[in-house]
Design a protein around this ligand. Sequence first.
Ligand SMILES: [Zn+2]
Length: 288
Amino acid sequence: MLSGSLASAGPESKRRRALPLPKGMVPMQTFTPDSSMVSDVIPSPNHGERNKARRPDMIVLHYTGMPDVEGALTRLCKAGTEVSAHYVVLEDGRILQCVPESKRAWHAGVACWAGEEDINSCSIGIEIVNRGHDWGYPDFPLRQIAAVIALCRGIILRREVPPHRVVGHSDVAPARKKDPGEKFPWRSLAASGVGLWVEPARIVPGPALKQGAEGDDVRLMQQALADYGYRVPVNGSYDHATTDVVTAFQRHFRPDKVDGIADASTLATLHALLARLPIEARAVAALG
Ligand SMILES: [Zn+2]
């Protein structure tokens, strides 16, 4: 309510909850945040230089996947863990920055997108605080999603990130990762100008491709996934790797049913999405 929030603005700001800072962290030199949305800088030593001074033109979204935020911040900001991200978005919408955007944060691990394997060098990594699939996988609060959107919009503007290069960790590492997962509201992000999205085609009973299938239909589907950016064998065999990629595609673009089976809805959604991809992006993906 407007009157209420205005009335409480002063005292509220003084009562701001303390940051859940990890204990025993060595203080480091701080830096000026890249985004005006950042409320606090918590420098992480876990970063390096971007390979060949690559300018980032991609955003990778993650969830922290840990039972509490203190543990997640310790992992991201303590020396020796070899893990970090540029930003952390708390459940209450506060945004922390841990690594300057000019540096290479260590968030993607072994990954690939559109033929490029050093995803950490070409991307900005955002960790969204959520316990994840192993710890009950709660819904993402709207306040947190609004903060993710605002942060991404700034990065997209400053770094010229094209819509199809805003992806999830599971998109770039389908065999290893599920985050940010099927509950992540990609539709809402796209409605606010973040990421590429088409309405998923309706799920109806009917024939489907699944693991073990062979032939040109499988090859065409693999080619379409590869054209979008996924690393997938284009060999006409619906193998384990193909199932992982179809699962990742569904988690992002057809989240109502994530089963690794390419039903008519999955294929129609994939082709509708490809039709929205800029021609030059398709050419790059094909080269990869
Ligand atoms: Zn991740």
